[in-house]
Design a protein around this ligand. Structure first.
Ligand code: DSN
Length: 430
């Protein structure tokens, strides 16, 4: 192991083991998933689909990909599955290309309301090549404003409506989405990347009966490798009997070249794990943990994540909280809140999640403890006179980091966090 990289991997493993990973889109994969991901399958090219490849020598790869697709079909109870998309954004691009012509109207939840870039955010392909119309959450309860969604759908007649989120702490009402999609003849696509593990556990309703297509990444609550799947439901085939060919052409040659076969194999291993009864328990525990974490921080969650507004401390201070928590060994991400009063780079909230902590075996009582560290860090930051974005000082972010690094109280919290975290095993590491 001569490469400098292996030393850095060890450093990162130490960070992942002795810190608390609370970014809701992150998780720890199992040893078996890691083994498949680091296998010789990376050596093979296999453009095309099983039994229809542009390269020779794909007899084994065909079996691997077919097996992965079969597992996905079984897990979600759908007639068709694709596992070649490199990750969520290219999968969403493939879905959009399969359903729409350039210039067609695509509707999705706005970024500021907790939607995804690929659901119609400015500067993403979804608004460069398509006409993006965004719906929002309500200002009072932060829940999707279905009245607005219905009015916008009737006005703009979208070809595709996305039902999916990245920073939304509530359950989704797929029935209502379906009703609106039917009113305007739109294809309804669930992007359940964040909540797939909760759907498998039965904590959230499955989108399968309501949606035409489903996209999910494989590395979030599903606990697989980086990657994504596109699923076609019975409804999807009824809506468009040609959808299979359209999705395949969008994946290759539309967007991608050769699939990452090591990734496909690792997806298959994670799907085997997700089909075990123990996974249902795991998914349910993620939600129980998030509920207690949210309550302990004075808010609510029906999912795996907590969206915490920091406007009580001031506007645009999410970065201070993120950096401060990082110094204390707790990794979260700054996040916009609905009706964000500051900006996406300097937002007024943070997003926290429980999937990775739950993978280490942490339970409700641990969430109460973690919430108290988070509150101590936030109080500490509040008492410091940290440079603010509004001061417009050059290099102010560096100044903030240096000041936080020297802080004795954050160092003390870090010691407590490290000693606590070190007691929990980490899949794939310890
Ligand atoms: N980057 C992912 C997330 O953190 O939610 C979405 O793609």
């Amino acid at each position: 192991m001569a490469s400098k990289i292996f030393k850095l991997i060890e450093e990162e493993a130490h960070r992942q083991k002795y810190g608390l990973e609370m970014i809701p889109s992150e998780n720890y994969v199992s040893d078996a998933v890691l083994k498949a991901l680091g296998s010789i399958l990376t050596n093979k090219y296999s453009e095309g689909f099983p039994l229809r490849r542009y390269y020779g020598g794909n007899e084994v790869i065909d079996k691997i990909e077919t097996y992965a697709c079969d597992l996905a079909k079984k897990l979600f109870k759908v007639p068709q599955a694709y596992v070649q998309s490199y990750s969520g954004s290219p999968a969403n691009m493939a879905v959009t290309m399969a359903v729409c012509e350039p210039g067609d109207v695509v509707m999705g939840l706005s970024l500021a309301s907790g939607g995804h870039l690929t659901h119609g955010a400015k500067l993403s392909f979804s608004s460069i090549f398509y006409k993006a119309v965004n719906y929002n959450v309500r200002g009072d309860d932060w829940k999707i404003d279905f009245d607005e969604l219905e009015a916008l759908a009737k006005k703009h007649k979208p070809k595709l409506i996305w039902a999916g989120t990245t920073a939304y702490p509530f359950k989704l009402d797929y029935r209502r989405f379906r009703k609106i999609a039917d009113m305007v003849g739109a294809t309804l696509v669930a992007d359940c990347s964040h909540i797939t593990g909760l759907i498998i556990a039965g904590v959230h309703e499955s989108p399968v009966p309501y949606c035409d297509l489903i996209m999910t990444t494989t590395h979030k609550t599903l606990r697989g490798p980086r990657g994504a799947m596109i699923l076609v439901t019975e409804r999807g085939f009824k809506k468009d009997p040609e959808i299979k060919g359209k999705i395949e052409r969008a994946i290759i040659p539309g967007i991608q070249g050769g699939p990452h076969n090591h990734q496909t194999a690792a997806i298959a291993v994670s799907l085997e794990e997700a089909l075990k009864p123990s996974f249902k328990k795991y998914g349910a525990q993620i939600a129980k943990n998030a509920k207690v974490l949210a309550q302990s921080l004075g808010t609510v969650s029906e999912t795996h994540l907590v969206l915490l507004s920091l406007t009580g401390y001031g506007y645009g201070l999410g970065y201070q909280a993120q950096y401060g928590l990082e110094e204390a060994g707790i990794t979260v991400n700054k996040n916009t809140i609905p009706g964000e009063p500051a900006s996406p780079f300097y937002p007024s909230g943070i997003r926290l999640g429980t999937p990775a902590l739950t993978s280490r075996g942490m339970k409700e009582k641990d969430m109460v403890k973690i919430a108290s560290w988070i509150k101590r860090v936030l109080e500490e930051i509040r008492g410091l006179d940290l440079p603010k974005m509004q001061d417009m000082r050059k290099d102010f972010l560096r100044e903030v980091k240096l000041k936080l690094r020297k802080n004795k109280n954050l160092k003390q919290i870090r010691r407590e966090v490290e000693s606590f975290a070190g007691k929990f095993p980490v899949p794939g590491i310890s």
